[in-house]
Design a protein around this ligand. Structure first.
Ligand code: AP5
Length: 203
């Protein structure tokens, strides 16, 4: 089963995907996370990617799509968190059968306040929120024990640009998949959002 999770920045794509991976064994495929790993390695490609991420722009499709297809190979149960984000990207995977597309619907006003409290583990894999999804021990990841940090691209001016890109590039993807899209009210609590997603997926 291949599921796409779409939604604006901060809508909870990573949070829902992480839970599906943990509880049901989905392979959580997040281009954002893979790209940040590449940036950390400080390779020539990593430095090039960083230029896009720090401006809140999409990394060129040919690069992300190739990386994604390699990761997808041979996997049967996948949650795609943050891909496709443009019509070009959707077309680049048209040969892949997508089972469900879940749209996390939440207002911009509501997600903006989530960013100030967002923390991720130092490995960049697990996400938290100081108020809504706190770790058991303050400042430390429950899963891998690394220190929690803020994301480099969670600055107000970059967040604004990520929203612009979402409206211009990513919303048309919902139309592309219109027959498969199911909406979730992502303005609710993390547990309530997750319950809605499980219901849609009949899990
Ligand atoms: P990416 O990492 O995918 O960032 P994003 O889409 O902006 O989304 P976020 O990760 O910020 O938010 P999310 O929806 O996952 O929410 P989260 O669960 O963290 O991409 C970053 C960059 O990489 C892009 O700008 C681009 O440059 C590049 N990139 C990525 N994909 C690409 C692609 N396909 N093509 C080209 N370039 C690409 O939740 C946010 C916070 O809220 C957390 O603190 C969480 O704990 C909390 N929270 C979650 N749910 C709830 C809830 N229901 N109530 C209260 N708090 C909640």
């Amino acid at each position: 089963m291949i599921i796409i999770i779409i939604g604006p920045p901060g809508s909870g794509k990573g949070t829902v995907s992480e839970r599906l991976a943990k509880e049901f064994g989905f392979f959580h495929l997040s281009p954002g996370e893979l790209l940040r790993e590449e940036v950390k390695k400080a390779t020539i490609i990593g430095k090039e990617i960083q230029r896009y991420i720090e401006k809140g722009q999409l990394v060129p499709t040919h690069f992300v799509a190739e990386m994604l297809k390699l990761e997808l190979k041979g996997k049967k149960k996948v949650v795609l968190d943050g891909f496709p984000r443009s019509l070009e990207q959707a077309e680049s995977i048209q040969e892949i059968k997508i089972d469900r597309v879940i749209n996390l619907d939440v207002s911009e006003k509501q997600v903006i306040e989530r960013f100030a409290g967002r923390r991720i583990c130092s490995k960049g894999t697990h996400g938290y929120h100081l108020q809504y999804l706190p770790p058991k021990k303050p400042g430390v990841c429950d899963e891998d024990g690394t220190l929690l940090v803020q994301r480099q691209d969670d600055k107000p001016e970059v967040i604004k640009q990520r929203f612009n890109v979402y409206h211009q590039e990513s919303r048309p993807v919902l139309k592309y998949y219109q027959k498969k899209v199911q909406n979730v009210d992502a303005g609710k609590s993390p547990d309530e959002v997750y319950e809605q997603v499980k219901k849609i997926l009949r899990l």
